[in-house]
Design a protein around this ligand. Sequence first.
Ligand SMILES: Nc1nc2c(ncn2[C@@H]2O[C@H](COP(=O)(O)OP(=O)(O)OP(=O)(O)O)[C@@H](O)[C@H]2O)c(=O)[nH]1
Length: 444
Amino acid sequence: MSVNLDLIQLGILSAQALALALLVISLFAARRWLGIAPLCMSLAVLQQAQALTGHGGGVAGLPVSPGAAVFFTASLFAVLLIYIREDGREAGKLALGLAVANAVSALVMVVVGFQPGQPGALLVEGPGAGEALGNARFLLVSGALLLLGSLLMVAVYRRLDGVVRSPFLRASAALVGVLALDAVLFAGLLMRQVPGLGWALGVTILAKLVLALFFAATLAVYLRLAGRVEPAVASDRLAGRALTHLSYREKFELARRELRRDALTGLYNRGYFDEYFPDAMARAELEERPISLLLVDLDHFKSVNDRFGHAAGDAALRAVADALLGHLRPTDRIFRYGGEEFAVVLPDTGPQDARRVAERVRAMLDMPASAAVPAALSATIGVASAPEDGLTPDALFAAADARLYQGKREGRNRVVDANPPSPSNPAVVLSIEQARRARRLQPC
Ligand SMILES: Nc1nc2c(ncn2[C@@H]2O[C@H](COP(=O)(O)OP(=O)(O)OP(=O)(O)O)[C@@H](O)[C@H]2O)c(=O)[nH]1
């Protein structure tokens, strides 16, 4: 079996996808003035077009017209867009609304379809009872699949939040997964009688994959452009003005991000350290990878405040934060743990490398007075690594803290780690293994 899909049809389909993406984005962007109803109503109307193109035949060799898949994907795209820029509730309302609208349309078609020649038949001018029934069934099924697909798509997108940074990759994964599942379900429900199903299914999945990537790319471009117009994290100066224009979801994201940050330095704060560090350690243990913690404390910082004033002390803390940010890997997390104390989590880093990083940080913070820092600075650093120094966040923190204070006692401006390294003793290595095994056996 072959598909007679020529270049002109491909061109029409691409234009259809582009036009729908632009329509959805324009109506979505205009929601501030028009409300969300025009987008929802337009999508509800497009469901009819989807049923007509889908059920009313299409490309020879394919049981369902690719045009219907474009309409379907555009609806999913709208749900995802609303989820990202508004919230899950609003996205759920749209998906449910479309499923209900489809069910009502299906009912109307059935009623009208069974009254040929009656006044009501004018509503479906043309198709007879059989075709009206087919359309009704198509609408019901696609409404249900849209609802199911939306739930799944949002769940996948949410699951990848914080794991995959690129919105394009997240949206692609969510749309590809849902569309592939949709193709399989659709095949099971509607295409059973069609010969050559497996082959047609393959083509359908491939086409949906291309569609998913197209809509994900459109979404990423829109988010980037919209982000420029309405920055997700507003600057202090803009905050008042921007906040009034942000959606609830954007305000929530902004507040969540702000909650994790220290206001003075912009680094992550102690609250987020308490949330992040146990997770990072659990991940490291699960993947059997090392992880290290540096506790960095500035030396005699009180004298900076005392001699130059609190504002100069603040400027010095900001300079230290910038220096740390500039010298560590993007995967390392830097926290302002307390006043002049910083915590640095180094994933995938064992004791030797952690020592090297700590030495580099210490040398970098051994700063003479300059325009940025009013007095010479230095720092003492305590280093601890898992699994060698312990397998729990508390144990690792306590080890790094004890070494930091040892460094202070021994004269400051130094790095203290386990020296000699803890696992040099085979008994220690054994006890780490035993602790790991015991933890794995514990019920969740
Ligand atoms: N300017 C400024 N100073 C701060 C801030 N937070 C804490 N500090 C100051 O940091 C100083 C910390 O003093 P101490 O805990 O005695 O430690 P230290 O003087 O650095 O001495 P050692 O740690 O023992 O080397 C205090 O003077 C705090 O006021 C802040 O946000 N801004």
